[in-house]
Design a protein around this ligand. Structure first.
Ligand SMILES: Cc1cc2nc3c(=O)[nH]c(=O)nc-3n(C[C@H](O)[C@H](O)[C@H](O)COP(=O)(O)OP(=O)(O)OC[C@H]3O[C@@H](n4cnc5c(N)ncnc54)[C@H](O)[C@@H]3O)c2cc1C
Length: 303
């Protein structure tokens, strides 16, 4: 069936590659090969890709910028749909309308240029706006739920819907998109008029805090674990003496224990083993079961 899917993409002129190394497309720099890596350059092409994948029963994974995923060493079966080329950004008074593959930081800069306040917290969160909405990404007291008005989405047949924020079930690192299978194609942010200098100062301050606290010099997928209620994963990991714990090329960062980093040629297997060690130790000593924020993708067992 993959053969027919690939033929359909070729006939329609949709860009794709075969056996694409996912380590090139993840912030962890980890991951085996995707059978087909598809790069639609318009919503029409995306709709066609989804329709054909549905017709030929091809498994699909939607890729933002790969900053919150851990991809299996055995790769991803079926098609990875890379949304990076859907990256248009428009301003309409206090609203920003952007395609889901746009870089979150570019959208923050567009807000700054237009003196729109509300998105400062997001400056420095790597990834696309689609990935950020899917995760309800947040930092420093802000999260996507505070600034999103609504989003356009596609189902697996390529039909388009509008979903208002109220129907997105946005919670801590959670959204309805984790269960409804819809692909976010564009997002409307509702912001307020602010003072450019103040917006810029806040963005710079928050970026400086990130650089100071996070091991940005190493590949990672950000915070490995969700924040347990009433606690911090990094603090618990540090209290359990796990800073610097290493499995192969995967290590608990010395700078911020909440981050597992790739110190060189780490495999998915290394990271998974390290995660298991951390979870077991923290559970045995503190009775708290850490839950991963990072999403495991591809062939093999779930984390
Ligand atoms: C150094 C570093 C710091 C980080 N700091 C933070 C932080 O402060 N706060 C925070 O919340 N996160 C943080 N993260 C994690 C990550 O940046 C966010 O979760 C980000 O929003 C993920 O976006 P992405 O485009 O990279 O998504 P991806 O990793 O590509 O995908 C994540 C999930 O979203 C799905 N998805 C992506 N796009 C779409 C779409 N258009 N439609 C439907 N599903 C989609 C994917 O299928 C996948 O399941 C950090 C990561 C790193 C590496």
């Amino acid at each position: 069936m993959l053969k027919f899917f690939i033929e359909a993409l070729s006939e329609r002129g949709v860009a794709f590659s075969l056996d694409e190394a996912m380590s090139l497309h993840t912030s962890f720099k980890i991951g085996g090969r995707a059978d087909v890596f598809v790069c639609p350059k318009s919503c029409e092409e995306l709709s066609f890709v989804l329709n054909q994948a549905n017709k030929y029963s091809i498994l699909l994974f939607v890729l933002g910028k790969g900053s919150n995923i851990l991809v299996s060493d055995s790769g991803i079966e079926g098609a990875v749909v890379n949304l990076s080329l859907l990256d248009g950004i428009q301003i309409n008074e206090n609203e920003i309308i952007c395609e889901s593959g746009a870089h979150l930081s570019k959208v923050c800069n567009a807000a700054l240029e237009n003196s729109l306040t509300g998105l400062e917290f997001a400056f420095g969160i790597p990834g696309s706006v689609g990935g950020a909405l899917y995760m309800n990404a947040g930092a420093y007291g802000g999260e996507m739920s505070q600034v999103v008005k609504g989003a356009y989405c596609m189902d697996n047949e390529g039909n388009t819907f509008y979903i208002p924020k109220e129907e997105m079930e946005l919670g801590y690192r959670n959204s309805i998109f984790k269960t409804n299978g819809l692909i976010i194609t564009s997002i409307i942010f509702s912001l307020s008029k602010g003072k450019k200098e103040e917006i810029k100062d806040k963005m710079e301050q928050l970026m400086a805090r990130r650089k100071d606290k996070q091991p940005l010099e190493y590949p990672s997928a950000g915070s490995t674990f969700k924040r347990p209620q009433g606690n911090f994963a990094g603090t618990l990991i540090e209290q359990n003496g796990l800073k610097g714990l290493t499995v192969g090329g995967a290590q608990v960062s010395e700078k911020h224990a909440g981050f597992v980093i790739n110190i060189g040629d780490a495999t998915c297997k290394n990271v998974k083993e390290l995660i298991e060690k951390i979870k077991n130790t923290v559970y045995e000593n503190s009775g708290i079961l850490l839950e991963t924020e990072v999403i495991f993708v591809g062939r093999g067992d779930n984390i």
